[in-house]
Design a protein. Structure first.
Length: 439
């Protein structure tokens, strides 16, 4: 048994018994009450899941196993000579709750390299798709095509016991995460670079090798990929891609089925596709204004016209956060350190000064601050990755780490099939009719 799996096994067994004892004593205690607004409003804020890998606070933002993004940038191991955290280290932390050593992260990099061979039929399937197929469609299908390799599916059909579910899921998780950069880069080169593919470089870490296979060799872009893949990895369990992965997984579908479902959710414009929409909006604004160096006054006027037309400002607002997204801040600090001058990044920074006061002036916006999508596209454009429709695939490669680490925990803790109770509109009206009249 490999060292990370052994450590997960020890921690999972301990939490399994702790959870069983907790349920035996406290299962009837109420945690929350659901309002009619929450029932009709997408179950917003209903506490109904346990998610081990991260937690989102409205004021402080995302914490991975209790650590903020600035803390992770200091604590997680880095590539030789690098300043950005290695995403392998975050996966290790999410899986077992411990900040790994450099040696442990180096082992994980090598382990993912060892597991990274993609089945030939996955590439063959992609080649059958029309070239104008959206990259997220290709990505989801490629993940699903690799389900033929599922350890969980094979062992389940052989009759493995429930106590082994986590073990098989761990194997699928490690194999799948290892292969995703190769698959994603293949989609990118096929779709945008005339099929001129770049072979992996096994001397590189997971994020740097992804940058290499994309074809962008600038050392700072490798650093950006390490940061990008780290900060996009998880955002607690209630977001659409995480919840979809969890929901599919709760049926005992394997990691391939589960992650493909999560990526289909990520592809929506109200979720992961927003990073594509933000940069499109920025370039449309620059086209309308006729300059790549607009003033704050010009941006303000364009923003107001966008709102007057009944449209939203993409990249601003969040379902939970009530402060600027720490992931936005991390990307801004990256730009301040690595990019001395960029027109497109300066536009993003000017928008940060202009947009929140305008949204606050509307009087009905709970969060006028930028989210992670407000900055990521500008960084990618700076390094030459200008193919906007690919951006959500980058997001998906990262998000896989968090949702699959949690899938291992869901199996280890024996989480059941997710089955919330639904009601009809008639039921709601009858319920309200039975309530005492107020006043």
């Amino acid at each position: 048994m490999d060292p990370l799996k052994l450590k997960f096994k020890e921690k999972a067994e301990a939490l399994f018994h702790e959870t069983r004892a907790l349920l035996k004593e406290h299962s009837a205690k109420k945690v929350d009450e659901v309002t009619i607004k929450q029932m009709y409003g997408g179950m917003r804020g209903v506490k109904s899941m346990v998610w081990e890998t991260s937690q989102l606070d409205a004021q402080e933002g995302i914490r991975f196993r209790g650590y903020s993004i600035p803390e992770l940038k200091k604590l997680l191991p880095k590539a030789p000579g690098g300043k950005e955290p290695l995403p392998e280290g975050l996966f290790y932390l999410m899986l077992v709750g411990e900040v790994p050593t450099q040696k442990e992260v180096n082992w994980l990099s090598g382990e993912w390299q060892r597991r990274s061979n993609v089945p030939r039929h996955t590439f063959a399937m992609l080649e059958k798709m029309p070239l104008d197929t959206h990259p997220m469609t290709q990505f989801s299908m490629a993940i699903l095509s690799m389900q033929t390799e599922s350890v969980f599916s094979q062992r389940y059909s052989e009759g493995m016991s429930k106590s082994e579910y986590w073990d098989a899921t761990y194997e699928d998780t490690m194999n799948l995460i290892a292969r995703l950069p190769r698959v994603a880069a293949y989609i990118y080169r096929r779709t945008y670079k005339n099929g001129n593919h770049i072979e992996p470089d096994i001397s590189l870490d997971w994020g740097a090798n992804f940058a290499h296979m994309l074809g962008i060799e600038h050392p700072d872009f490798k650093s950006l990929m390490r940061l990008y893949l780290t900060i996009h990895a998880d955002h607690e369990g209630g977001n659409a891609s995480a919840h979809s992965t969890h929901l599919v997984g709760s049926t005992l579908s394997d990691a391939y089925f589960s992650l493909s479902g999560g990526m289909n959710a990520l592809a929506g414009p109200l979720h992961g596709l927003a990073n594509q929409e933000v940069i499109k909006w920025v370039f449309k604004m620059l086209d309308v204004l006729g300059t790549r160096k607009p003033s704050k006054a010009q941006i303000s006027e364009y923003v107001q016209k966008t709102l007057d037309a009944g449209k939203v400002i993409p990249g601003y607002g969040h379902a939970v956060l009530r402060q600027p997204d720490p992931r936005f801040t991390a990307q801004r600090k990256f730009a301040e350190e690595y990019i001395k001058d960029s027109d497109i990044i300066n536009v993003v920074w000017k928008a940060f000064d202009v947009v929140p006061p305008i949204l606050q002036g509307l009087g009905k916006v709970k969060n006028p601050w930028p989210n992670v999508d407000a900055h990521s596209g500008a960084l990618l454009v700076h390094y030459g990755l200008t193919d906007f429709s690919f951006y959500t695939v980058l997001f998906g490669v990262s998000r896989a780490m968090g949702v699959l680490a949690q899938l291992c925990w869901s199996r280890a803790l024996g989480f059941p099939l997710e089955r919330p109770k639904s009601v009809t509109s008639k039921w709601v009206n009858e319920f309200l009719a039975q309530q005492p009249v107020e006043g």
